[in-house]
Design a binder for this molecule. Sequence first.
Ligand SMILES: O=C(O)c1ccccc1NCC(=O)[C@H](O)[C@H](O)COP(=O)(O)O
Length: 214
Amino acid sequence: MVFAGGRRDDGGMEKLFVKVCGLRLEQDVDTAVEAGADAIGFVFAESPRRVDADTAARLARRVPEDVLTVGVFRNQAVDEVRRLAGLAGVRGIQLHGDEGAEDYAALRREGVTLIRATSCRESSPRYGEFGEDLLLLDAPVPGSGATWDWTVKDFAGAGDRWILAGGLSPQNVGEAVRSARPWGVDVSSGVESSRGVKDPALITAFVEAARSAR
Ligand SMILES: O=C(O)c1ccccc1NCC(=O)[C@H](O)[C@H](O)COP(=O)(O)O
């Protein structure tokens, strides 16, 4: 199921989808929701941002229905992904590793949004190749805060709903959106004061900068 987004601006245009990833604290979740984020990510992969299922479940319960909660994974067994996503009660699953079409098929269930995160390093990924709902185009190392040159890519194969990620920040997200014209954006490092520590003011600034970009 493709997350409907659901949030529209007053002119009826679909708003840019904004996801804030790697949240670990209640105040950061509340800030992202209040700022108008469409999705919130909880990292279950190896990372300084990693949360356990109980923490993610507690945070996810604070999030209103129209904001998508996403569990982020990398090269973890399908059963483990299913188990953690179920315990946390997230409605989206984002896979960053070498997962194949069979893994997406195994995780497919009613109501879940499957996000395939991949880098454009070797080729231009095509939307739908793995049965995903949304394609997220990221830097080679996820969550690193590194940017990549999105200006030289042809995103024709990425479909209508693809998400730009990798080194975005309140400073560069406007230019990135105008240049690459994604359906959505995703951020983690760019709204942190130090690795793994979110800054509420940066979260708010990011959502505002992204939204005013188009
Ligand atoms: O955040 C991590 O450390 C991480 C580890 C393993 C897989 C994914 C991870 N994060 C994903 C994200 O935070 C974002 O989807 C994306 O990679 C953007 O990150 P950033 O460049 O830090 O904004």
